[in-house]
Ligand binder design. Structure first.
Ligand code: CTP
Length: 392
């Protein structure tokens, strides 16, 4: 079972945090409550410690404990502002700075405070850093009247905690997983580059899902346009050559997922300076890059599962994806049609076909987090069968 830090800040919804602690304890988790002086005006720390069955004397630095999840419920507009700007003036905010895993917050504020541009800007900042938010919802407010700002119900917060903590029986538990994500950039001169439209969203969702299943994940990110998941170390690799070097260095992982859109070509002679505009035609010679997935596929597999993507357009896409799997010696290839506007590049959704030696399975259009879960279900199936080695 997991260790969960529960931070409680000063709002009337603090009483609902008691129920959250109770639900977490009942699910078998070890809960460490942290209560701000503001929250103590509503519910005493003793109540939370009793519900968590915890003797506060057991740890001198409860806010520095290594935990699987940190949930702050309720989160006041004031503490939200502190989180956004990295202030650490009490146990709850200190813990937020020290914690490098997933953080879930359940805001509870007055409607006008919630709508204030400062609060919304602070919310945007923490979301961009990978913090997960549950609620607030519309309903009766403590000060009277109705509006948006009511904290999510404890059952809903608990369900989100469980989803973030993931299953405890995954085959990926403790396994080393490497995920590449994003779009490589090949310099033309000091300021220009050849790139592509991949945002890295699919790869980030995959890294998050692997972490959720208890894997030790490394994300190799190429110019990510989205926030990497909390608690996952990121190795930055800008060019295809950088990505190749970093990925091969970690190639002995248990699972390698090549979700990055690796540039196939790079300018033959990139300039170190910025080429001035002169009205002339500028011809650029491109030379092929090494294929990282193929290089991994040529290595001895040793039980490692190798997953590639096939970004295709047009009618024969699926057939080409099948050929990519065998040609690159991957265990699993995820085919997606990048010509469609509603899925794939820059979109929150995807629709894929999972191709392995055992067969093919279509996954209907769904958010990328759902697609990531389906991909790792398939990876786990491959791990269960023959160590996943389909060929070679
Ligand atoms: N890939 C790679 N190294 C490259 C190019 C691609 O490792 N230099 C990987 C991608 O990360 C992906 C898979 O190969 O997992 C297929 O990428 P895709 O762009 O669909 O195919 P390509 O092999 O590049 O072929 P084409 O562009 O002709 O479709």
């Amino acid at each position: 079972m997991a260790r969960v830090l529960v931070g409680v800040t000063g709002g009337i919804a603090a009483y609902k945090a008691c129920e959250l602690v109770r639900l977490l304890v009942r699910a078998g988790h070890e809960v460490i409550p942290l209560v701000t002086p503001g929250a103590e005006r509503f519910v005493r720390a003793e109540t939370f410690n009793a519900l968590a069955r915890r003797n506060p004397e057991t740890s001198l630095y409860p806010h520095l404990e290594r935990v699987d999840l940190y949930v702050i419920s309720p989160l006041t507009a004031n503490t939200l502002a502190k989180l956004a700007h990295g202030l650490a003036d009490n146990l709850v905010t200190e813990a937020a700075l020290a914690h490098d895993g997933p953080l879930l917050v359940a805001p509870a504020t007055n409607t006008r405070m919630w709508r204030h541009p400062a609060t919304q800007a602070n919310l945007e900042l923490i979301v961009a850093r990978g913090v997960k938010v549950v609620g607030p919802s519309e309903g009766d407010l403590a000060e009277g009247g109705q509006g948006l700002g009511r904290m999510a119900e404890p059952e809903e917060i608990f369900a989100r905690c469980q989803a973030l903590l993931g299953p405890s029986n995954s085959l990926l538990q403790g396994r080393r997983v490497v995920v590449t994500a994003g779009a490589t950039r090949e310099p033309i001169d000091a300021v220009r580059f050849v790139g592509n439209r991949s945002s890295g969203r699919m790869g980030v969702a995959l890294a998050e899902e692997a972490r959720r299943r208890g894997a030790e994940v490394t994300l190799i990110g190429s110019n990510l346009a989205v926030a990497p998941p909390g608690g996952v170390p990121v190795v930055h690799a800008s060019t295809a050559a950088d990505l190749r070097r970093e990925t091969l260095a970690l190639g002995d992982a248990d699972v390698v997922v090549m979700a990055a859109a690796v540039g196939d070509y790079r300018p033959s002679e990139p300039r170190g300076d910025k080429r001035p505009k002169d009205g002339e035609v500028w011809r650029i010679d491109l030379q092929p890059n090494d294929d990282v997935l193929s290089a991994l596929g040529r290595q001895s597999a040793n039980g490692r599962i190798l997953v590639g993507f096939a970004a295709e357009t047009g009618e024969d896409g699926l057939a080409r994806a099948r050929t990519k799997r065998t040609g690159k010696n991957a265990d699993l290839v995820v085919y997606n049609d990048v010509a469609r506007k509603d899925i794939g590049f820059e979109s929150p959704d995807n629709e894929v076909v999972l191709i392995s030696e055992a067969g093919e399975r279509k996954v209907e259009k769904a958010p990328k987090a759902r697609i990531a879960a389906e991909i790792f279900d398939e990876v786990e199936r491959l791990m269960e069968t023959d160590g996943g080695r389909a060929s070679g």
